[in-house]
Design a protein around this ligand. Structure first.
Ligand code: UDP
Length: 399
């Protein structure tokens, strides 16, 4: 069992700078060379928090770069093993070892900000450092049960109001902080080329096949971009490949860097025909940063990111998506860009997280003075009912 040593680290309430351990997933390096929503977010958060004067140590896949101090704990990245608990638990255990070591050396972290999956959340009540966990995935039946069991070990942060609203009963969400974008890093193109764009993972919920149907109906060329991840081959072969003609419907593979940004910025629209409550959707803000309106099915965070008739259109089916394409000229690319700059700029988002860190530090009850788990168990037995004072206090503490 890893238990971070108990060293007093408290800063004045609302103060800082904080020593932040930023825990990225082990799969893909930071920043990601191509696909990688969480990794883009982590990259921007690190840079933004460093700019605000905080000390950030990024624990991420080997090959990562950042203005934060980068620490690689695993020998390799695992882009083809996303979600494999073998690597996730190895990564997290090694990071918690470093957190422990830093505390023992008298340089403890104030906050562990976790983006890595489930392992850290499940173990968070065993370590002394408060954990803030960004919810990157949706609440499903399985994850809801998990967060009911373990979620109150950490300060949970939702990335949209829609995601917060979907939290199951008994799960407290400390706040909503959307994903960031560095708008200046994206080219703005007020003059558009004649194509619609779709970017993402190839699965039923993301709906590339519905984008094809809508584009065909509206008679606009469509460009599709994204990786075909393990398990998505059949969907791609059956639903996408038969429509590729190299002209009206083109697949350009997984794109990155300048090519990707130009594809977003030059498109007449980004099509987002999702049939799931997507908790955020980076592709929408990336398109808008380039002045490209988004036409999205009204699900999940799309209903917050897309402001109907202002920076795009919210629709309910393929036919209304096709009809909306004819109305795109009514929207102003400058307004599209502005709509993300004023809500999702990295600095705004990082200040939101600093507020969450401050609350996590001030609202967390004094840590249990244990240095080994057996001590905690002994005291629990003494207090009766298997529940300690600390457990009781923790459950009633507002976050
Ligand atoms: N992306 C990319 N190359 C591609 C397709 C997508 O770099 O060919 C990026 C895209 O720009 C975005 C991320 O992958 O930053 C996808 O994030 P999003 O939140 O939209 O979707 P999810 O995390 O659910 O896959």
């Amino acid at each position: 069992m890893i238990v971070a040593s108990r060293v007093s680290t408290r800063r004045p309430a609302g103060g800082g700078p904080y020593n932040i351990a930023m825990l990225a997933p082990p799969w893909i390096q930071i920043p990601p060379p191509g696909y990688g929503g969480i990794e883009h977010v982590v990259a921007l958060l690190c840079d933004g928090l460093v700019s605000l004067g905080h000390n950030v140590t990024l624990f991420a896949a080997p090959g990562s770069r950042s203005s934060a101090t980068v620490r690689e704990v695993l020998p390799s990245s695992y882009p083809d093993a996303i979600g494999n608990s073998l690597y996730e638990s190895d990564h997290v255990a090694r990071v918690l070892g470093v957190v422990d070591e830093m505390a023992a050396k008298g340089h403890p972290f104030d906050i562990l900000h976790d983006h890595s999956g489930f392992t850290t959340v499940a173990l968070a009540d065993r370590i002394a450092t408060p954990v803030v966990h960004t919810l990157h995935g949706p609440f499903t039946e399985d994850t809801s049960a998990f967060y009911r069991q373990h979620g109150n070990n950490v300060s949970l942060v939702a990335i949209s109001e829609a995601q917060r609203a979907s939290a199951p009963s008994g799960v407290q969400v400390a706040g909503v902080v959307p994903n960031p974008i560095d708008v200046d890093d994206w080219p703005f193109r007020p003059e558009k080329e004649d194509y619609a764009f779709w970017a993402g993972r190839f699965n039923e919920f993301k709906g590339a096949h519905r984008a094809i149907a809508a584009a065909k109906k509206a008679e606009i060329p469509l460009i599709l971009a994204g990786p075909i991840q393990p398990g998505q081959e059949e969907y791609f072969e059956c639903e996408i490949e038969p429509h590729l003609d190299g002209k009206l419907v083109r697949y350009v593979g997984e794109v990155g860097g300048t090519e990707k940004k130009e594809l977003f910025a030059n498109a007449r629209t980004l099509l987002m025909p999702i049939t799931w409550d997507e908790p955020f959707g980076m592709v929408m803000v990336e398109a808008l940063a380039g002045g490209t309106p988004v036409i999205a099915f009204a699900n999940g965070a799309a209903t917050e990111i897309v402001q109907d008739q202002v920076n795009g259109f919210l629709v309910n089916d393929v036919d209304s998506m096709a009809a909306a394409i004819a109305d795109l000229d009514r929207l102003d690319p400058a307004v599209c860009r502005e709509s993300v700059a004023k809500r999702f700029a990295t600095e705004i988002v990082c200040k939101g997280y600093v507020d969450i860190y401050r609350r996590a530090l001030t609202s967390r009850p004094p840590r249990w003075p244990f240095s080994e788990p057996s001590q905690k168990r002994r005291l629990e037995v003494r207090l009766g009912n298997g529940r300690s004072e600390v457990t009781r206090r923790r459950q009633s503490t507002p976050r």
